[in-house]
Design a protein around this ligand. Sequence first.
Ligand code: IRO
Length: 309
Amino acid sequence: MISLETKISDKTFSNCIMNASGVRCMTLEDLSNLSSSAAGTWITKSCTLSPREGNPSPRYVDLKLGSINSMGLPNLGFDFYLDYVLEQHKSGNDAIFFSVAGLTLEDNLQMLTRIQNSDFQGLVELNLSCPNIPGKPQTGYDFERTHEVLNEIFSFYTKPLGVKLPPYFDMVHFEMMSEILNQYPIRFVTCINSVGNALYIEDESVVIKPKGGFGGIGGAYVKPTALANVRMFYKLLRKDITVIGCGGVETGRDVFEHILCGASMVQTGTLLMKEDTGVFSRLITELKEIMNLKGYKTLEDFKGKLIEL
Ligand code: IRO
């Protein structure tokens, strides 16, 4: 028997595959579809205090090797998602992720205070890396600001919380961010968010409307960057901080590679958008096939054990 069981913080999940925040998780219908899929768990769309329409369309386009998006944080507002996760709690499900992406530090503090004071017992993924809000820099690229934000949050917040990071491309940046994160009781990091502010052209035109066509890239384009980020944070973070991999998952082999790099859970965004929630059972089957061929029974048999030459 092969098990894909995994743990993050104090939660156990029957398998290690879930959606990336933002993909098919905005409405109640989306969330119900995720809950009845084969995913090991699921996460809600990053939310803001008030509901948002997001950027003008077209704002998401599938590309041959991935996707480009500038959604602009469309969501039904904090109250909707808090009600949703509290309903889940009432029905006995606390192994769920709640994504929060306040437009200001004050908004994040307000949302986290309400979560702290609620019955919510799941995991918060604080999004420090949305690339698509005009005028709002990605917090994860501002190390001093990230430090300040975490300081404020952990002055009162005691429930399990992790952060969604942007991709980094320089060894010094991996080290600087790890040194900051290691100072706080963070339970997990999710890497990576989309590779921000890229430009895709067809014929003589951009393909999405917001920001002159600039948007975040996901899918096969970003897999090597995602794996590098998973690997570096797995090596540099405290051992009690779990890494969630996200980026470029199209097959069970891709999930396997994320876990080899050190991921304990693997998210899928672009693929889930393309193929809908049927992807989870396919990825599970394909991952189990690889484990079977290699004689691995659990994720622990190969997690982080990437061979270096
Ligand atoms: O535009 C979005 O809504 C969006 C977000 I909040 C994010 O974190 N990452 C992304 O690619 N798009």
